[in-house]
Ligand binder design. Structure first.
Ligand code: NDP
Length: 496
């Protein structure tokens, strides 16, 4: 009989923590998991899932517009945000229950509590109870951060966007990364007037330059105002009239007046959200002075300025777990920390902040520590998608990265696909393959298009397996499709 209460204690019930807990429990080990908030973590409760459902919701006006151009007698009415939000939170409740049921079925002991480390094998729960485990896995995720700016708490963060009582009429988004751009497109699709302030010169830093350019152009075409090289200098509340409606003429269609934001929230999910007080504070418009010299008022300001690992107050330094400059838990290729019995996976390690990566890190941990395999985590050639409208799908090197240290050929095409060209819609699709001149291996693939997220998943298989341009070309095209261009780009547009 082990000297420990458990073989594994997991801190955090997000995608990574839950996967590790279940798979380790399946080996016959005794597993416990502590989660202080809702089971499912960022992805299920405050990120990917509600975001993607909002992406779907925001796309309908455009579908209807296109249907009309195709000859349908179609029109779209007002968007009922409160009805949508209620439905959304019911779905999140259902998913949370699914996660709890999976843990229960796997015989994982769940503690609905915050947990902190008190030793290499010890954790303490919020009620003072201490428990021991042979191994501890930190999977506490990350949280959005606001910039160091006076009154920054007047602005919202991404978590808050799923809890809004009503849609704003105007929204300022600060930051042009994944989250800023996705919310800009979703909100614009729902009829919100969106303005973005970027401190740098372009959205989506780190992605392929041409793709970034095309997406920002199309975002502007859809009415999103993007100001580059612009930051907030000062923020203040426009007025303290909490009953002042935010939504102008369309308030009735969009939901309740803002004065209702401070009322008790009837739904469990909303009431349980520890961040909901932020929404209550956001009772009146925010006046913003910017470095571009302009002063403007917005119903809400959203800070999409990055995320930080959740390591504060977890007792890490006290037990000797090394923490990096950004607050991340420092781990080796097996996700092991500087304390051998303690491991960490997912956003808390700030490696690649993506759900499928956290899940793979969980599986590698289980296989290495509990199944005796030697499985380092593979972070190479991870495909990802930004769910803007149009989407950006990307895997491997950008043209700029590849060009830095080798000779490359760039195969690229930008065209109006048949579906939208027929109705004279200006939307363009872009495909780009970055090919190593010497080995002919496709080093990177980048797609700007509706459904690019779906496509890059498939092209990711070819790029991950280091197929050559000639192997792409040997694949017969499927006609008529937009993606046939991927295997028919015969001449490089540039090389060097
Ligand atoms: P990102 O790092 O992608 O973007 C942060 C943005 O905020 C950048 O535009 C950055 O500007 C700007 N910024 C940072 N600090 C400041 C500041 N002080 N003032 C003004 N602007 C600032 O972070 P996100 O929060 O958007 O996303 C976090 C991570 O979550 C992503 O990296 C991704 O891994 C994950 N994610 C993935 C999604 C997906 O897979 N679809 C969706 C959402 C999130 P600059 O460019 O100048 O640095």
């Amino acid at each position: 009989m082990s000297d420990f209460d458990y073989d594994l204690f997991v801190i955090g019930g997000g995608s990574g923590g839950v996967r590790a807990a279940r798979t380790v429990a399946a080996t016959g080990a005794r597993v416990a998991l502590a989660e202080e908030s809702r089971m499912g973590g960022t992805c299920v409760i405050r990120g990917c899932v509600p975001k993607k459902i909002m992406v779907f919701a925001s796309g309908f006006p455009r579908h209807v517009e296109h249907a009309r151009s195709y000859g349908w007698d179609a029109s779209i009415g007002a968007f009922d945000w409160p009805a949508f939000r209620t439905h959304l939170h019911k779905e999140l409740d259902r998913l949370e229950e699914v996660y709890r049921a999976m843990l229960d079925k796997s015989d994982v002991r769940v503690f609905d509590s915050r947990a902190r480390l008190t030793g290499p094998h010890d954790v303490e729960l919020a009620d003072g109870q201490t428990l021991s485990a042979k191994h501890i896995l930190i999977a506490s995720g990350g949280s959005p951060v606001r910039p160091p700016l006076a009154n920054a708490d007047m602005g919202l963060v991404s978590n808050d966007m799923f809890m809004l009582e009503k849609l704003p009429r105007t929204l300022l988004i600060v930051g042009g990364g994944y989250i800023g751009c996705e919310f800009a497109c979703m909100m614009a699709g729902m009829g919100v007037e969106v303005t973005m302030y970027l401190r740098s010169g372009q959205i989506l830093n780190g992605f392929d330059e041409e793709c970034r350019g095309l997406i920002s152009e199309m975002m502007r075409e859809r009415g999103i105002e993007i100001h580059t090289g612009t930051s907030i200098m000062d923020m203040s509340r426009e007025s303290q009239q909490d009953d002042m409606p935010l939504g102008g003429e369309s308030d009735a269609a969009m939901g309740a007046p803002v004065g209702e934001e401070t009322k008790a929230e009837p739904q469990d999910a909303l009431a349980r959200n520890p961040k909901s007080e932020t929404i209550a504070r956001a009772g009146c418009p925010v006046r913003v002075k910017a470095t571009n010299g302009r002063e403007r008022t917005f119903d809400h300001v959203l800070f999409a300025t990055g995320r930080k690992p959740n390591t504060e107050g977890m007792g890490l330094e006290g037990v000797g777990v090394e923490v990096g400059r950004r607050g991340q838990v420092v781990v080796n290729e097996y996700s092991q920390t500087s304390v051998p019995s303690i491991y960490a996976i997912g956003d808390v390690t700030d490696r690649v902040q993506l759900t499928p990566v956290a899940i793979r890190e969980a599986m590698a941990f289980t296989n290495t520590v509990f199944k005796g395999m030697d499985q380092p985590v593979d972070h190479e050639l991870v495909a990802s998608a930004v769910f803007t409208q149009p989407e950006l799908g990307s895997v491997g090197m950008t043209e700029e990265e590849a060009r830095a240290d080798r000779e490359i050929e760039v195969y690229a095409t930008s065209f109006r696909p048949m579906r939208t060209a027929f109705i004279d819609c200006p939307d363009r699709t872009m495909f780009k393959l970055i090919v190593c001149k010497e080995t002919r291996v496709v080093l990177g693939a980048h797609i700007v298009s509706d459904d690019a997220g779906e496509w890059i998943q498939l092209i990711g298989i070819a790029v991950k397996n280091k197929l050559t341009k000639e192997q792409f070309d040997a694949t017969c095209a499927v006609h008529p499709t937009a993606t046939e261009e991927i295997v028919t780009m015969s001449q490089p547009v540039r090389s060097g």
